[in-house]
Design a protein around this ligand. Structure first.
Ligand code: TXA
Ligand code: MG
Length: 309
């Protein structure tokens, strides 16, 4: 386990770190150094170079990297620090190297709220790219031990920030042209609309957030979703009170016995891992309501099940 000072020093040397955030553990590298950023792709085993999110300590630091219009500033003021990523035109291509942006002339930026992430970013004083700290295609780590087991061999410093409070990656909103909700996350579509008005229909825009592979977040066992009557050979991820009428003698992990979406989000990736550790024939997941945070939970579950292209 490393200190904040260890992490800042490792970033300075161009090494990778485990960056604890409120959403998921990140695999961090300095954003201005293509050699450091390349190590991120190598450690994740990413099949291709997707653009990464740059993490900074403040809106001021964000404005040094990207171009913020009034809409972007309103969203930043409403939700930062917190689980919202804004895609804006890039201002300074030295501060965020081409590899970090996958050659795009836009950049995705967020200010995380986790106190240790903030301490690292304030101390380092430059942008830090950080995708989730899992190997490519595996569930994101939401607990320190999971970050270590996924990518511990690749980092120069690993900071333990406890369990991630949110448990799902940030929402990604594009401000290139019309405002678009590219990736559902903890900040819901309705919360974004409350600040900037109705969002453009993004039904055909999935490809705009590159790198959203279908089999993302997948455990080893196949995942079946919207299962009300689990078969005997599965581990069952329940949601809400389990109906006494359900005839199932196997292992049940309840994402939220009280049926709370925020609790289910925080438990989702850790429970997928825990279910997988039992080496079941399949993992079955109960239907989860799709309102509010449920949009992001169902998005991740569909990807884990291999349904989304
Ligand atoms: O919660 C999070 O956002 C976590 C923690 C560690 O902060 N990070 C994370 O990073 O999920 P990553 O690299 O896995 O997600 C990057 C997302 C992808 O959906 C990517 O396509 C999108 O941001 N993205 C990045 N740059 C973009 C750009 N210029 N235009 C559109 N989408 C972009
Ligand atoms: Mg990820």
């Amino acid at each position: 386990m490393s200190t904040v000072a260890d992490a800042i020093a490792a970033l300075g040397r161009g090494e990778l770190i485990h960056l604890p955030t409120e959403t998921v553990y990140g695999l961090g590298a300095r954003a201005d150094d293509p050699t450091a950023v390349a190590k991120v792709f190598e450690a994740k085993g990413r099949p291709r170079f997707n653009p990464l999110i740059v993490h900074v300590a403040s809106l001021e630091a964000a404005e040094a990297i990207g171009v913020f219009d009034d809409r972007a500033r309103d969203l930043a003021q409403a939700f930062w620090p917190g689980p919202l990523t804004l895609v804006v035109p890039v201002r300074d291509t030295q501060k965020v190297c081409d590899l970090a942006r996958a050659g795009l002339d836009s950049v995705a930026i967020r200010v995380p709220s986790h106190p240790l992430a903030r301490a690292i970013l304030e101390g380092f004083a430059g942008g830090v790219v950080a995708p989730s700290a899992n190997r490519s295609g595996r569930p994101s780590p939401t607990r320190f031990a999971d970050a270590l087991s996924e990518t511990g061999g690749f980092v120069g410093a690993s900071v333990d920030g406890g369990d991630c409070q949110v448990g799902l990656e940030s929402s990604v909103v594009s401000l290139l042209g019309e405002v678009r909700y590219l990736r559902p996350g903890a900040v819901t579509r309705a919360e974004v609309e409350a600040v900037v008005g109705p969002l453009a229909d993004d039904a055909t825009e999935g490809h705009r957030s590159p790198g959203r592979l279908s089999l993302h977040y997948a455990p080893d066992a196949p995942v079946n979703i919207n299962v009300e009557n689990p078969p005997a050979d599965c581990v069952y991820l329940a949601f809400g009170p389990v109906d006494k009428a359900v005839d199932f003698a196997g292992i049940i992990l309840n994402l939220s016995p009280m049926g709370r979406l925020s609790e289910a989000a925080a438990n989702l990736f850790a429970y997928l891992r825990e279910a997988d550790a039992h080496k079941p024939a399949r993992i079955c997941v109960a239907p989860i309501p799709s309102d509010g945070l449920g949009e992001a939970i169902n998005d991740r579950l569909k990807r884990a099940a291999g349904f989304v292209g």
